[in-house]
Design a protein around this ligand. Structure first.
Ligand code: XMP
Length: 321
Protein backbone atom coordinates (compact mmCIF):
# COMPACT_ATOMS: atom_id res chain seq x y z
CA UNK A 1 0.00 0.00 0.00
CA UNK A 2 1.20 3.54 -0.58
CA UNK A 3 0.72 4.76 3.01
CA UNK A 4 4.10 4.79 4.77
CA UNK A 5 4.07 3.40 8.32
CA UNK A 6 5.80 5.42 11.08
CA UNK A 7 7.27 2.82 13.42
CA UNK A 8 7.19 3.42 17.18
CA UNK A 9 11.01 3.69 17.38
CA UNK A 10 11.01 6.37 14.64
CA UNK A 11 8.15 8.39 16.07
CA UNK A 12 8.95 11.85 17.43
CA UNK A 13 5.59 12.54 19.10
CA UNK A 14 5.98 16.33 19.43
CA UNK A 15 7.19 16.68 15.85
CA UNK A 16 4.32 14.48 14.65
CA UNK A 17 1.75 16.60 16.53
CA UNK A 18 3.09 19.83 15.07
CA UNK A 19 3.11 18.40 11.56
CA UNK A 20 -0.40 16.92 11.85
CA UNK A 21 -1.87 20.15 13.20
CA UNK A 22 -0.60 21.88 10.04
CA UNK A 23 -1.68 19.08 7.71
CA UNK A 24 -5.13 18.75 9.25
CA UNK A 25 -5.69 22.50 9.03
CA UNK A 26 -4.66 22.53 5.40
CA UNK A 27 -6.68 19.39 4.51
CA UNK A 28 -9.83 20.79 6.14
CA UNK A 29 -9.41 24.15 4.37
CA UNK A 30 -11.43 27.15 5.50
CA UNK A 31 -14.67 25.28 6.17
CA UNK A 32 -16.22 23.51 9.13
CA UNK A 33 -15.36 19.92 10.04
CA UNK A 34 -16.95 17.24 12.21
CA UNK A 35 -15.63 14.20 14.02
CA UNK A 36 -17.01 11.33 16.03
CA UNK A 37 -15.51 10.63 19.40
CA UNK A 38 -16.06 7.09 20.66
CA UNK A 39 -13.74 7.40 23.65
CA UNK A 40 -11.21 4.99 22.19
CA UNK A 41 -7.55 5.97 21.99
CA UNK A 42 -7.63 6.67 18.24
CA UNK A 43 -10.67 8.96 18.14
CA UNK A 44 -9.58 10.69 21.37
CA UNK A 45 -6.20 11.57 19.83
CA UNK A 46 -7.82 12.78 16.60
CA UNK A 47 -10.31 14.89 18.55
CA UNK A 48 -7.54 16.74 20.40
CA UNK A 49 -5.38 17.10 17.28
CA UNK A 50 -8.43 18.37 15.38
CA UNK A 51 -9.29 20.93 18.03
CA UNK A 52 -5.72 22.17 18.10
CA UNK A 53 -5.79 22.48 14.30
CA UNK A 54 -9.28 23.89 13.78
CA UNK A 55 -10.51 25.23 17.11
CA UNK A 56 -14.20 26.08 16.99
CA UNK A 57 -14.43 25.08 13.35
CA UNK A 58 -14.47 21.43 14.52
CA UNK A 59 -17.68 20.01 15.97
CA UNK A 60 -17.30 16.77 17.93
CA UNK A 61 -20.09 14.23 18.33
CA UNK A 62 -20.49 11.05 20.34
CA UNK A 63 -22.80 8.76 18.36
CA UNK A 64 -24.93 6.71 20.75
CA UNK A 65 -25.45 3.72 18.49
CA UNK A 66 -26.85 1.46 21.21
CA UNK A 67 -23.74 -0.72 20.95
CA UNK A 68 -21.45 1.05 23.42
CA UNK A 69 -20.47 0.16 26.96
CA UNK A 70 -22.69 1.14 29.89
CA UNK A 71 -22.69 4.93 30.52
CA UNK A 72 -19.98 5.53 27.90
CA UNK A 73 -21.45 8.68 26.26
CA UNK A 74 -21.86 10.55 29.52
CA UNK A 75 -18.42 9.51 30.78
CA UNK A 76 -16.65 10.62 27.60
CA UNK A 77 -18.60 13.88 27.22
CA UNK A 78 -17.74 14.87 30.80
CA UNK A 79 -14.11 13.89 30.46
CA UNK A 80 -13.66 15.94 27.26
CA UNK A 81 -15.61 18.88 28.68
CA UNK A 82 -12.90 18.90 31.36
CA UNK A 83 -10.29 19.10 28.57
CA UNK A 84 -12.11 22.07 27.04
CA UNK A 85 -13.72 20.11 24.18
CA UNK A 86 -17.52 20.24 23.97
CA UNK A 87 -19.08 16.97 22.81
CA UNK A 88 -22.65 16.59 21.61
CA UNK A 89 -24.31 13.19 22.12
CA UNK A 90 -26.46 12.05 19.17
CA UNK A 91 -29.02 9.36 19.90
CA UNK A 92 -29.03 7.05 16.86
CA UNK A 93 -29.83 3.75 18.63
CA UNK A 94 -32.99 3.00 16.69
CA UNK A 95 -31.34 3.64 13.33
CA UNK A 96 -28.47 1.24 14.07
CA UNK A 97 -30.71 -1.55 15.40
CA UNK A 98 -33.04 -1.17 12.42
CA UNK A 99 -30.06 -1.50 10.05
CA UNK A 100 -28.75 -4.58 11.90
CA UNK A 101 -32.09 -6.40 12.17
CA UNK A 102 -32.01 -9.84 10.60
CA UNK A 103 -28.28 -9.76 9.72
CA UNK A 104 -26.02 -12.58 10.89
CA UNK A 105 -23.05 -12.46 8.49
CA UNK A 106 -20.07 -10.57 10.06
CA UNK A 107 -19.22 -8.55 6.97
CA UNK A 108 -22.87 -7.66 6.34
CA UNK A 109 -23.13 -6.42 9.92
CA UNK A 110 -20.00 -4.28 9.45
CA UNK A 111 -21.38 -2.90 6.18
CA UNK A 112 -24.71 -2.01 7.84
CA UNK A 113 -22.82 -0.13 10.58
CA UNK A 114 -20.62 1.65 8.01
CA UNK A 115 -23.62 2.78 5.97
CA UNK A 116 -25.64 3.91 9.00
CA UNK A 117 -22.69 5.75 10.48
CA UNK A 118 -21.25 7.46 7.39
CA UNK A 119 -24.23 7.81 5.09
CA UNK A 120 -27.20 8.25 7.37
CA UNK A 121 -25.98 9.75 10.66
CA UNK A 122 -22.95 11.71 9.46
CA UNK A 123 -24.53 12.52 6.08
CA UNK A 124 -27.25 14.29 8.06
CA UNK A 125 -24.93 15.93 10.62
CA UNK A 126 -22.67 17.24 7.86
CA UNK A 127 -25.61 18.58 5.88
CA UNK A 128 -27.20 20.27 8.90
CA UNK A 129 -23.95 21.84 10.09
CA UNK A 130 -22.62 22.82 6.67
CA UNK A 131 -19.36 20.93 7.33
CA UNK A 132 -17.12 19.92 4.47
CA UNK A 133 -14.94 17.29 6.08
CA UNK A 134 -14.95 14.47 8.60
CA UNK A 135 -11.88 13.80 10.74
CA UNK A 136 -11.39 10.21 11.80
CA UNK A 137 -8.88 8.01 13.60
CA UNK A 138 -8.14 5.30 11.05
CA UNK A 139 -4.80 3.71 11.95
CA UNK A 140 -2.23 1.73 9.97
CA UNK A 141 -3.38 -1.68 11.26
CA UNK A 142 -7.00 -0.95 10.22
CA UNK A 143 -5.89 -0.32 6.65
CA UNK A 144 -3.49 -3.26 6.55
CA UNK A 145 -6.04 -5.82 7.84
CA UNK A 146 -8.74 -4.60 5.50
CA UNK A 147 -6.52 -4.63 2.42
CA UNK A 148 -5.25 -8.10 3.38
CA UNK A 149 -8.88 -9.24 3.49
CA UNK A 150 -8.81 -10.27 7.18
CA UNK A 151 -11.69 -8.00 8.15
CA UNK A 152 -13.15 -4.97 6.54
CA UNK A 153 -12.64 -2.53 9.41
CA UNK A 154 -15.71 -0.33 9.43
CA UNK A 155 -13.74 2.90 8.96
CA UNK A 156 -11.89 1.98 5.76
CA UNK A 157 -13.34 3.91 2.84
CA UNK A 158 -10.98 5.62 0.43
CA UNK A 159 -8.47 2.76 0.51
CA UNK A 160 -11.26 0.53 -0.82
CA UNK A 161 -11.90 2.96 -3.65
CA UNK A 162 -14.90 4.68 -2.02
CA UNK A 163 -15.11 8.33 -3.05
CA UNK A 164 -16.52 9.76 0.20
CA UNK A 165 -17.37 13.09 -1.42
CA UNK A 166 -19.61 11.31 -3.91
CA UNK A 167 -20.92 8.59 -1.60
CA UNK A 168 -21.56 10.63 1.54
CA UNK A 169 -21.10 14.32 0.63
CA UNK A 170 -17.89 15.06 2.56
CA UNK A 171 -14.14 14.60 2.52
CA UNK A 172 -12.40 12.33 5.08
CA UNK A 173 -9.21 13.48 6.87
CA UNK A 174 -7.15 10.80 8.70
CA UNK A 175 -4.32 12.31 10.78
CA UNK A 176 -3.08 9.07 12.43
CA UNK A 177 -3.23 6.71 9.47
CA UNK A 178 0.55 6.13 9.53
CA UNK A 179 0.61 5.00 13.17
CA UNK A 180 -0.09 1.73 14.92
CA UNK A 181 -1.81 1.63 18.31
CA UNK A 182 1.43 1.91 20.29
CA UNK A 183 2.34 5.07 18.34
CA UNK A 184 -1.14 6.52 18.84
CA UNK A 185 -0.78 6.03 22.61
CA UNK A 186 2.58 7.82 22.57
CA UNK A 187 1.02 10.78 20.72
CA UNK A 188 -1.95 10.77 23.13
CA UNK A 189 0.41 11.03 26.07
CA UNK A 190 2.37 13.85 24.42
CA UNK A 191 -0.92 15.67 23.71
CA UNK A 192 -1.65 15.67 27.44
CA UNK A 193 -4.57 13.21 27.38
CA UNK A 194 -5.19 11.62 30.79
CA UNK A 195 -3.72 8.12 31.16
CA UNK A 196 -7.21 6.62 31.55
CA UNK A 197 -7.71 7.59 27.89
CA UNK A 198 -4.36 7.05 26.17
CA UNK A 199 -3.78 3.72 27.94
CA UNK A 200 -7.33 2.43 27.44
CA UNK A 201 -7.64 -1.07 25.97
CA UNK A 202 -8.73 -0.92 22.33
CA UNK A 203 -12.45 -1.12 21.60
CA UNK A 204 -13.67 -1.89 18.06
CA UNK A 205 -15.47 0.69 15.92
CA UNK A 206 -18.52 -1.58 15.48
CA UNK A 207 -18.47 -1.75 19.30
CA UNK A 208 -20.38 -4.60 20.96
CA UNK A 209 -21.75 -5.68 17.55
CA UNK A 210 -18.27 -7.15 16.97
CA UNK A 211 -18.85 -9.30 20.05
CA UNK A 212 -22.24 -10.77 19.25
CA UNK A 213 -22.24 -13.86 17.04
CA UNK A 214 -25.40 -13.86 14.97
CA UNK A 215 -28.12 -11.21 15.03
CA UNK A 216 -27.43 -7.98 16.92
CA UNK A 217 -30.60 -7.08 18.83
CA UNK A 218 -30.99 -4.67 21.77
CA UNK A 219 -31.55 -7.66 24.10
CA UNK A 220 -28.46 -9.56 22.92
CA UNK A 221 -26.33 -6.40 23.16
CA UNK A 222 -27.61 -5.78 26.71
CA UNK A 223 -26.48 -9.26 27.66
CA UNK A 224 -22.96 -8.90 26.22
CA UNK A 225 -22.70 -5.38 27.70
CA UNK A 226 -23.29 -6.76 31.20
CA UNK A 227 -20.76 -9.55 30.67
CA UNK A 228 -18.29 -6.99 29.26
CA UNK A 229 -18.47 -4.85 32.37
CA UNK A 230 -17.74 -7.89 34.57
CA UNK A 231 -14.78 -8.94 32.39
CA UNK A 232 -13.42 -5.37 32.35
CA UNK A 233 -13.75 -5.07 36.13
CA UNK A 234 -12.09 -8.41 36.85
CA UNK A 235 -9.26 -8.13 34.29
CA UNK A 236 -8.41 -4.41 34.56
CA UNK A 237 -5.31 -5.12 36.63
CA UNK A 238 -3.86 -7.82 34.37
CA UNK A 239 -2.01 -5.32 32.14
CA UNK A 240 -3.30 -7.30 29.14
CA UNK A 241 -3.64 -5.58 25.75
CA UNK A 242 -7.38 -6.23 25.41
CA UNK A 243 -10.04 -8.29 27.20
CA UNK A 244 -13.58 -8.93 26.13
CA UNK A 245 -16.76 -10.95 26.39
CA UNK A 246 -18.45 -12.58 23.43
CA UNK A 247 -22.03 -13.83 23.13
CA UNK A 248 -22.36 -17.08 21.21
CA UNK A 249 -25.24 -17.90 18.94
CA UNK A 250 -25.78 -21.52 20.03
CA UNK A 251 -27.54 -22.23 23.27
CA UNK A 252 -26.41 -25.05 25.54
CA UNK A 253 -28.02 -27.15 28.22
CA UNK A 254 -27.38 -26.07 31.78
CA UNK A 255 -28.93 -26.92 35.10
CA UNK A 256 -30.23 -24.58 37.78
CA UNK A 257 -32.01 -25.53 40.98
CA UNK A 258 -32.12 -29.12 39.75
CA UNK A 259 -33.98 -28.13 36.58
CA UNK A 260 -32.89 -27.97 32.95
CA UNK A 261 -31.87 -24.44 31.91
CA UNK A 262 -31.24 -24.18 28.17
CA UNK A 263 -29.20 -20.99 28.12
CA UNK A 264 -26.57 -18.72 26.60
CA UNK A 265 -22.80 -19.10 26.33
CA UNK A 266 -20.29 -16.33 26.95
CA UNK A 267 -16.71 -16.64 25.74
CA UNK A 268 -14.02 -14.60 27.50
CA UNK A 269 -10.92 -13.51 25.57
CA UNK A 270 -7.86 -11.81 27.07
CA UNK A 271 -4.95 -10.90 24.80
CA UNK A 272 -1.25 -10.20 25.16
CA UNK A 273 -0.26 -8.08 22.15
CA UNK A 274 1.40 -4.79 21.32
CA UNK A 275 -0.41 -3.72 18.18
CA UNK A 276 -3.20 -6.28 17.58
CA UNK A 277 -1.38 -7.75 14.57
CA UNK A 278 -0.43 -10.87 16.46
CA UNK A 279 -1.57 -11.90 19.91
CA UNK A 280 -1.57 -14.69 22.43
CA UNK A 281 -3.97 -15.57 25.24
CA UNK A 282 -2.94 -14.15 28.61
CA UNK A 283 -1.88 -16.82 31.11
CA UNK A 284 -4.59 -15.93 33.64
CA UNK A 285 -4.68 -17.63 37.05
CA UNK A 286 -7.29 -20.39 37.17
CA UNK A 287 -8.92 -18.69 40.17
CA UNK A 288 -9.46 -15.55 38.05
CA UNK A 289 -11.15 -17.63 35.37
CA UNK A 290 -13.45 -19.46 37.76
CA UNK A 291 -14.38 -16.17 39.45
CA UNK A 292 -15.32 -14.76 36.04
CA UNK A 293 -17.48 -17.82 35.36
CA UNK A 294 -19.19 -17.55 38.75
CA UNK A 295 -19.92 -13.84 38.36
CA UNK A 296 -21.10 -14.03 34.75
CA UNK A 297 -23.43 -17.00 35.35
CA UNK A 298 -24.94 -15.41 38.43
CA UNK A 299 -25.10 -11.75 37.30
CA UNK A 300 -25.99 -12.06 33.61
CA UNK A 301 -29.48 -13.48 33.23
CA UNK A 302 -29.73 -16.57 31.03
CA UNK A 303 -26.03 -17.46 30.86
CA UNK A 304 -25.19 -21.06 31.78
CA UNK A 305 -21.73 -21.49 30.25
CA UNK A 306 -18.49 -19.45 30.24
CA UNK A 307 -15.41 -20.45 28.24
CA UNK A 308 -11.92 -18.94 27.84
CA UNK A 309 -10.30 -18.69 24.39
CA UNK A 310 -6.84 -20.30 24.39
CA UNK A 311 -6.03 -19.67 20.73
CA UNK A 312 -3.39 -17.25 19.44
CA UNK A 313 -3.84 -14.72 16.64
CA UNK A 314 -3.29 -16.07 14.00
CA UNK A 315 -5.32 -18.16 13.37
CA UNK A 316 -7.83 -16.55 15.76
CA UNK A 317 -8.55 -12.82 15.55
CA UNK A 318 -8.96 -10.53 18.56
CA UNK A 319 -12.68 -9.94 18.10
CA UNK A 320 -15.01 -12.73 17.16
CA UNK A 321 -16.82 -11.55 14.06
P1 XMP B 1 -9.09 -8.31 14.96
O1 XMP B 1 -10.40 -8.81 15.48
O2 XMP B 1 -9.11 -8.04 13.50
O3 XMP B 1 -8.88 -6.93 15.69
O4 XMP B 1 -7.93 -9.19 15.36
C1 XMP B 1 -7.70 -6.16 15.64
C2 XMP B 1 -7.95 -4.89 16.43
O5 XMP B 1 -8.93 -4.08 15.75
C3 XMP B 1 -10.12 -3.96 16.53
N1 XMP B 1 -11.22 -4.18 15.58
C4 XMP B 1 -11.85 -3.21 14.93
N2 XMP B 1 -11.72 -1.88 15.03
N3 XMP B 1 -13.38 -1.61 13.37
C5 XMP B 1 -12.50 -1.08 14.25
O6 XMP B 1 -12.41 0.15 14.34
C6 XMP B 1 -13.58 -2.94 13.22
O7 XMP B 1 -14.39 -3.37 12.41
C7 XMP B 1 -12.76 -3.78 14.06
N4 XMP B 1 -12.66 -5.12 14.18
C8 XMP B 1 -11.69 -5.33 15.11
C9 XMP B 1 -10.04 -5.01 17.60
O8 XMP B 1 -10.76 -4.64 18.77
C10 XMP B 1 -8.54 -5.15 17.81
O9 XMP B 1 -8.04 -4.19 18.71
Amino acid sequence: MDIQEIKLEELDADGFIEEQIKETASAAGEGLAVNALSGGVDSSVVTILGHKALGERLKTYFIENGLMREGEGQYIAELFAGLGVPVEIIDAKDEFFAALAGLTDPEEKREAITQTFYKDVFGRLVKDSGAESLLQGTNYTDVEETLAGVKRQHNILEQLGIDTQKAFGYKVVEPIIRLRKSGVRKVGKALGLPEELYARPPFPGPALAARVIGEVTPERVALVRKATSIVEEELADTGAFQYLAILHEDKVTGVRDGKRDYGQQIEVRCWDSTDAVIGSPTDLPFATLTKLAARITSEVPGVVSVTYNITSKPPSTIEVV
